[in-house]
Design a protein around this ligand. Structure first.
Ligand SMILES: Nc1ncnc2c1ncn2[C@@H]1O[C@H](COP(=O)(O)OP(=O)(O)OP(=O)(O)O)[C@@H](O)[C@H]1O
Ligand SMILES: O=C(O)c1ccc[n+]([C@@H]2O[C@H](COP(=O)([O-])O)[C@@H](O)[C@H]2O)c1
Length: 213
């Protein structure tokens, strides 16, 4: 498969080292040289972001300056509807019919995948590359167990030599961090761990996340 497109979607409110370490490890395991960060506009399954799309995007662009693995894809920010992944993937698939399309998620996202909009279509469009997450054991409901029984692979090459249809549970560092915990720490006036330095400087410069969330 010549073209490989890897996407990592998130609210990134804000982006943190949990995201970056996990995805870097997963990319290394699969041999990915580029991952497109895909900030969502309206998150489908949680309340709206606490800061504007412009700020969330600016923080991701700072990350890309320091981490050559990453670039940003703004297409979900340009839509005014909820950022349903299946709709975004359909667009990528239309643009690149033969590419290996890899959507990267954390373990918590896999566990609730059967609540996503039109979720049975996801693996017809892409592969899923799943990162470990601290405090999130790999225990699945029967629907996700059945999905794994049908689609799981232990071979990272399958994600690059076929266009869609496989799930790989990557052996990534399990980082205990969330954007929610970071926002709480910032609102209490403390300096949190596990934020990229340029992102922390941006948050301080623009006085973001000062209100309790
Ligand atoms: N510490 C982490 N380790 C691995 N994956 C993570 C981690 N934090 C988030 N992810 C994954 O990154 C993706 C985007 O996450 P998101 O931007 O919502 O961050 P979050 O920390 O989960 O945010 P919030 O606390 O606001 O829910 C999701 O697939 C999520 O599972
Ligand atoms: O399509 C859906 O229904 C859906 C439901 C929940 C999450 N997602 C996507 O999963 C990614 C991570 O979401 P979140 O809420 O953890 O930031 C992000 O790209 C979301 O658009 C998608």
């Amino acid at each position: 498969m010549s073209e490989v497109i890897a996407l990592f979607g998130g609210t990134f409110d804000p982006v943190h080292m949990g995201h970056l370490h996990a995805v870097s490890d997963a990319a290394k395991q699969v041999g990915l040289t580029k991952v497109h960060l895909l900030p969502c506009h309206i998150p489908p399954h949680k309340s709206g972001p606490k800061v504007s799309a412009e700020h969330r995007l600016a923080m991701l662009e700072l990350v890309c300056q320091d981490w050559p693995l990453f670039s940003v894809d703004k297409r979900e920010l340009e839509r005014d509807t909820p950022s349903y992944t299946v709709e975004t993937l359909r667009q990528f698939r239309q643009e690149s019919p033969k590419a290996a399309l890899i959507f990267i998620i954390g373990m918590d996202s896999l566990k609730s995948l059967d609540s996503w909009y039109h979720w049975p279509e996801l693996l017809k469009l892409c592969h899923l590359l799943v990162c470990q997450r601290g405090d999130c054991p790999a225990e699945f409901n029967p629907t996700i167990q059945a999905l794994l029984a049908q689609h799981q692979t232990d071979n990272p090459e399958r994600l690059k030599d076929t266009p869609n249809g496989h799930i790989l549970l990557a052996a990534t560092r399990a980082v205990h961090q969330s954007s929610t915990a970071l926002r709480q720490t910032l609102a209490q006036g403390h300096e949190p761990d596990l934020l990229p330095p340029a992102v922390l400087a941006y948050i301080q410069q623009h006085k973001l996340y000062q209100a309790p969330c």
